[in-house]
Write a protein that binds this ligand. Structure first.
Ligand code: 5RP
Length: 302
């Protein structure tokens, strides 16, 4: 007779299954799309999955106002249009948006700082859901808090919608540096580190022993060219999210394909030179350095 906790896990999907789905996206590019037509272009370009949202982050910045989950009808059209996994964005702490996305059958939910947070103090308890979740992080304690809440994938927050890769690099370097410094600590010192950094101790020990995050770690926020995507793979990310950089480019089809190829060939500069040649202009972008605090999306939901 299975234990009650086993039955609960079966009902909600085990951590293993959720993390396994995230693992399957490794080495791939996940592209933001706002409709079925863009989703087909992304699939054709070689995306491993698409992320359905109301508007890409660069447009969210321009438009201002409150940014919410996409229309479920549009998300369903996207699901029907492609054969690759479809992810959807919910606001931080917005249980109901996440439940709606789960009910229409998205493959993964992004509890995203790119949308206007619904809750100032609490993230969604992601363990309550059958769908796996991805969440953004700027550093290791933040990543471990999200994993503790049930996230099956972590992505850098970067500074979404700017087309400037600077903050994605900073976040990835910070996470790697913090993991490296943990591995030299003994048990007591890690316990202290966990307390001081408001990080779950058990996950601190697990990360130190593994020498990496216990879930897949993607790059996101500001990746706008094939070279940016290759740079994030050089920084040991497991894969890439690209939003504004594809459909904000002069030629989205060529840019999409080139970014996928760049991820496949990130350590081969000669091939990267070919991939990056003659693909049209990238999105215009906005530099991260000196950005006013009120314009930053990365500080939401820490
Ligand atoms: O939140 C995301 C990842 O799930 C966005 O898709 C990503 O950050 C997009 O940013 P950008 O438009 O700068 O590529």
């Amino acid at each position: 007779m299975p234990e009650e906790t086993d039955l609960e896990e079966l009902r909600r999907g085990t951590e293993l299954v959720k993390r396994g789905f995230a693992q399957m996206q490794k080495g791939g590019v996940i592209m933001d799309v706002v409709n079925a037509e863009q989703a087909k272009i992304a699939e054709e370009a070689g995306a491993v999955a698409v992320m359905a949202l109301e508007a890409v982050p660069a447009d969210i910045r321009k438009r201002g106002g409150v940014s919410r989950m996409a229309d479920p009808e549009t998300v369903t059209e996207i699901i029907d249009a492609v054969s690759i996994p479809v992810m959807g964005k919910a606001r931080i702490g917005h249980y109901t948006e996440a439940q709606i996305l789960e009910s229409i059958g998205v493959d993964m939910i992004d509890e995203s700082e790119v949308l206007t947070p619904a809750d100032n103090d609490y993230h969604i308890d992601k363990r309550e859901f059958t769908s796996p979740f991805v969440c953004g992080a700027r550093n290791l304690p933040e990543a471990l808090r999200r994993i503790n809440e049930g996230a099956a994938m972590i992505r850098t927050k970067g500074e979404a919608g700017t087309g400037d890769v600077n903050q994605a690099v900073t976040h990835q370097r910070t996470i790697k540096h913090q993991i490296r410094s943990l591995t030299g600590l003994n048990f007591d010192e890690r316990e202290k580190w966990a307390r001081e950094h408001e990080a779950p101790a058990e996950l601190v020990h697990e990360t130190a022993e593994m020498g990496r995050l216990p879930v897949v770690n993607f790059a996101a926020g500001g990746i706008a060219t094939p070279a940016d995507a290759a740079l994030m793979m050089y920084h040991e990310c497991d894969g890439i999210f690209v939003g504004s950089g594809i459909f904000g480019a002069e030629d989205p089809e060529q840019m999409g394909e080139a970014i996928v190829e760049a991820v496949n060939n990130w350590d081969d500069p000669d091939t990267l030179a070919d991939i990056a040649s003659g693909i049209g202009k990238g999105m215009k972008g906005e530099a991260n350095v000196g950005m006013a605090d009120e314009d930053k999306l990365q500080d939401r939901g820490v």
